[in-house]
Write a protein that binds this ligand. Structure first.
Ligand SMILES: [Zn+2]
Length: 497
């Protein structure tokens, strides 16, 4: 790898699964996280960054480790269906239908784009703790590779997620003591306790404080070894969360509309003509069989056809549904709710007109495109103004503090994936899209395109001045700070300063 002058020789990457920006910021301001404040934020910065759609563990890790959107990486959810590969009766033959929550979790790395490097490829030695995107990490340095399935299963049934976090903290401290050049540590308990209770329950807040203590310990270790100055520390999360008061039963709604629905765990259901693949559970992909004679499910059904079938009209009547998005016959992305319809179109920064389908084959980053957004009726994304020819960065800036931050580019990127549904649904705050089979019941949600789910903290012990940052920018920014030239890489992110 080509090296340029570097500020840092080591990188410690902490992911607090499910930590919303606003809660993290308040805890810092109130003095609840004294170690992170003193050793990271006060020496560097705390910014609000924007994650990806879907804002869920798995897909939302890909930007950090590879600089790619989930749509670019063709992993558009924690569950998905590939219409071109899903064949009855061989319904479980990969890559037909997938849930990384089950055994398919073992395939997550294999499903990633083959020739794209991860952060692990740039450092040696490395250590990985609990994070599932460990491609490039030697097996012996994937410290929780064997224990994680047992620990997670044990904690799932006993709710002892604190114990799981304590093991993470111990492993983290040892890896830092050993002098590893790149250490990534995922703390799962904020997400899991939030799902079990609420996003600011005593267990959740206690978890933040315990993570802060762990940061204090590693800083102490670095100070003793006199290596704090050469170590980049970055603390972030993959998504925010909101409390949930109502579960929407999407599969039942489709069944009642006459579109018998395949969904987890009932993926063996017979005679299905639709499928719902939920993530987080604030978003879901919907697929409709449009190949009545063949064994497969055909290609993506255009939004206009689904509208004629009555699907769109039926879905937008659901209380708590933020919007339905699909792809037009023209290639544009359409967003619909009860109040109105938005249209996202993109073209190459030169002259030729492009759409997500044509862009997907050859890599063309969002920076090489221009985005427009028009709407009729009340704007379903709440921007209230149309946009013409925005660069990807301008589209981010214009929508940064809106109810659907970065919605234009995020909806564009998800439809780049062949595995994305004919329709993508995003729930409103307070609602989720899974009413059955989530055991124990989820009392908090993520996955949707709403600000509360996309806004994540980005705390670094080196100051970042840029105000508009995507999670996809972390990969090139970190590599740049550690002396790697990333200018020519085919990635969606860019270096922020
Ligand atoms: Zn979660």
């Amino acid at each position: 790898m080509e090296l340029t002058e570097s500020r840092f020789k080591r990188f410690i990457f902490i992911i607090i699964d499910g930590a919303p920006y606003e809660i993290f910021k308040t805890l810092i301001e109130n003095g609840d996280l004294p170690n992170i404040k003193k050793h990271v934020v006060d020496r560097g910065s705390l910014s609000k960054a924007i994650s990806v759609f879907p804002s869920t563990t798995g897909p939302a890790f890909i930007p950090f480790f590879m600089g790619l959107y989930p749509g670019t990486a063709n992993i558009p959810g924690i569950r998905w269906l590939s219409k071109s590969n899903f064949h009855i009766p061989h319904r479980f033959k990969r890559p037909g239908v997938c849930s990384y929550m089950g055994f398919d979790g073992l395939h997550f790395e294999a499903d990633l784009p083959l020739n794209s490097p991860t952060l692990f490829d740039f450092f040696s030695p490395v250590s990985n703790i609990y994070n599932l995107l460990a491609r490039g990490c030697p097996t012996s340095k994937n410290l929780t590779r064997w224990s994680k399935p047992f620990l997670y299963t044990y904690a799932h049934f006993s709710h002892r997620w604190r114990f799981v976090n304590q093991i993470a903290a111990r492993r983290l401290c040892k890896a830092v003591e050993a002098g590893d050049k790149f250490v990534v540590c995922l703390f799962p308990a904020v997400d899991t306790f939030s799902h079990l209770t609420e996003i600011q329950s005593p267990q959740v807040l206690q978890t933040y404080r315990e993570i802060d203590t762990a940061i204090g310990n590693i800083v102490h270790t670095l100070q003793k070894a006199n290596t704090l100055q050469e170590t980049l520390i970055l603390i972030t999360s993959d998504h925010g969360m909101t409390d949930t008061h109502t579960h929407i039963d999407v599969p039942q709604h489709l069944d009642e509309g006459g579109w018998r629905c395949l969904h987890y765990p009932k993926v063996w259901r017979q005679g299905t003509v639709s499928a719902s693949m939920v993530s987080g559970n604030g978003m879901t992909h919907l697929y409709f069989k449009n190949n009545p004679i063949g064994k497969g499910w055909g290609e993506r059904t255009p939004f206009e056809e689904l509208h004629k079938m009555g699907v769109i009209g039926s879905l937008i009547e659901l209380e708590g549904l933020g919007f339905v998005a699909g792809q037009s016959e023209t290639g544009d992305i359409l967003v619909q709710n009860r109040g109105g319809q938005g249209r996202i179109s993109c073209r190459s920064a030169q002259t030729d007109r492009g759409n997500p389908q044509s862009v997907a084959g050859t890599f063309k980053s969002a920076d090489a495109l221009r985005f427009s957004y028009q709407f009729t009726g009340t704007d379903p994304l709440g921007y209230g103004v149309p946009y013409e020819n925005l660069s990807s960065r301008d589209a981010l800036r214009e929508t940064y503090d809106s109810p659907y931050p970065d919605g234009i580019v995020q909806l564009w990127q998800i439809f780049k994936s062949e595995r994305t549904g004919d329709l993508v649904l995003s729930a409103e705050k307070g609602y989720d899209l899974r009413a059955r089979y989530e055991i124990p019941e989820h009392r908090a949600t993520h996955g949707a395109l709403i600000a509360e789910h996309l806004s994540i903290p980005l705390a670094t012990n080196y100051p970042i001045a840029e105000q508009c940052i995507r999670s996809v920018d972390v990969f090139p920014t970190v590599l740049s700070l550690c002396g790697h030239n990333v200018a020519e890489r085919h990635i969606d992110g860019r270096v922020v300063k």
